[in-house]
Ligand binder design. Structure first.
Ligand code: FAD
Length: 433
């Protein structure tokens, strides 16, 4: 807290906590406005209740508390263009074919002509660039959730089930020290999802300088997301004896502050999202915002443009060009591995035993997955050298990816604000009489 202008965040270009706080003070009002005042950012469509967990869990303890529940939004409350009826007219992964189907049905053309297939499904040639398994919005198991009606907060979901999921997530980061390298240096542990012992976090932090930059980035993103989730649940905490919701400083000290590297990773994850937003600059004109009225489409586009331009005014603290820089064949294999492990993390979200936590876990893994896609798969239009030999396909994002990215950035932004509020609480409690 005290030296926040001196504390440099590892694996960034010398960004300090103070730098991030300064940028966030300018950005957080724009994010708040976007996420709270537009239907576009508020309604998220996903398969929250009907997807099976693909991994073996020893226990099946699910969160029974009311705070874990999610309120579903009735379809009549979402704009007509996003209703299942309209979405059901779009099928398959071939934009041209679907376009023909849609165009042949005049009854839905009124709505559907404003929405492009790219709002819902990635293009065929885009599927290899995905860092997440994103739910297919045409799936009948999908529902709309208003994110404002279901805030991220304390739910009571805890060990052993919750902790086991975190262990499985971190297991995706563990460098493989046991198996000899054959073809190329494996980035991560292969195969087994057996959880490492708890004490691994400490050992990993001690050994982190022996890891490659790619391994560190992978780990820091997940640890930063975990710190942000912990910050939210401690800030929006239910005092079970009084029934009052409010910040719980001890919870924050225990889960985040007493582990400086967890705090650093939260700031790191913020700088990575900041850079991904910055890189969207120059791609905005090619994105479709999929709204039901031209007016609202323009409004969302303008608000996102304001946000991206504000981000662009600040220095770049995360530099993606220092990753995957080796010999092209090896780098591309490493990137593939990075993607696959991140996809596994996204699939693990279906194993989270608390609906509310699963909702925000799915949004945030999708948000970070979208940021990674922008960073590592899309050419930097402001930089003539395309260091990743990305495809020439312009940036294509589905509506759910844009919504997840902006809401995830908003989550991290609020966490940075909450840290400041916790600081004030701490100072208040430790004032001399
Ligand atoms: P946990 O947070 O469960 O951590 C497990 C272990 O991971 C720790 O013992 C430590 O070794 C390591 N660890 C902890 N933090 C970090 C970090 N930042 N970086 C690296 N390693 C770390 N609960 C809610 O109340 N509301 C929510 O919205 C919510 N969302 C969740 C979303 C997901 C995807 C998951 C898996 C859980 C969620 N939970 C939520 C549960 C919550 O995250 C904790 O698991 C729970 O509060 C128990 O916390 P804990 O202090 O025992 O350790």
């Amino acid at each position: 807290f005290e030296n926040d202008t001196k504390h440099v965040i590892p694996d960034t270009s010398e960004a300090t906590f103070g730098d991030i706080k300064y940028v966030n003070e300018r950005i957080s009002p724009l994010l708040k406005d976007l996420t709270e005042k537009s239907d576009y950012m508020r309604f998220y469509r996903l398969n929250l209740f009907n997807k099976e967990c693909k991994y073996k869990m020893d226990d099946n303890v699910f969160c029974g508390s009311n705070a874990c529940n999610v309120v579903i939004t009735e379809e009549s409350s979402v704009p007509e263009i996003w209703s299942s009826k309209s979405l059901g007219k779009l099928e398959g992964f071939m934009p041209e074919l679907s376009r023909q189907i849609v165009e042949s049905d005049q009854s839905v053309m009124e709505n559907v002509d404003k929405i492009s297939q790219s709002c819902l499904l990635e293009r065929l040639d885009d599927q290899d660039r995905q860092y997440c398994y994103v739910d297919n919005e045409l799936d009948s198991g999908c529902v709309y959730i208003s994110l404002l009606d279901n805030p991220e907060r304390f739910t009571g979901y805890a060990a052993p089930h919750a902790t086991r999921i975190w262990e499985m997530i971190y297991n995706e980061c563990l460098p493989d020290e046991s198996e000899p390298t054959i073809d190329f240096p494996s980035l991560f542990l292969q195969g087994s999802l057996a959880p490492p012992p708890h004490s691994q976090e400490k050992i990993w932090n001690e050994r982190m300088d022996m890891w490659s930059i790619e391994q560190r980035v992978f780990y820091r993103v997940l640890s930063g997301m975990h710190s942000s989730i912990s910050t939210h649940l401690c800030y929006n905490y239910l005092n079970q004896s009084t029934g009052v919701w409010g910040p719980n400083l001890n919870c924050f000290m225990e889960k985040v502050l007493s582990h400086p590297e967890r705090l650093e990773n939260l700031y790191f994850a913020y700088s990575l999202l900041l850079r991904a937003m910055d890189k969207m600059n120059g791609h905005l004109d090619t994105l479709t915002f999929c709204h039901d009225s031209a007016l609202q489409d323009t409004e969302v586009r303008h608000k996102i443009r304001d946000l991206v331009e504000m981000v662009d005014r600040h220095p770049r603290y995360f530099d993606e060009s220092v990753l995957f820089t080796g010999e092209p064949v090896l780098s591309s294999a490493m990137k593939k591995e990075f993607r696959e492990h991140f996809r596994t993390v996204s699939a693990l979200m279906d194993c989270v035993g608390c609906e509310r936590c699963r909702l925000w876990g799915k949004i945030q893994t999708n948000g970070f997955g979208t940021a990674l896609k922008i960073l590592f798969e899309v050419p930097d239009v402001e930089n003539e050298i395309d260091q990743f030999e990305t495809t020439s396909t312009p940036l294509q994002l589905r509506r759910s990816e844009i919504v997840a990215l902006v809401n995830t950035f908003d989550r991290l932004s609020r966490s940075i604000n909450y840290i400041q509020k916790f600081h004030e609480l701490y100072v208040g409690q430790h004032q001399p009489e």
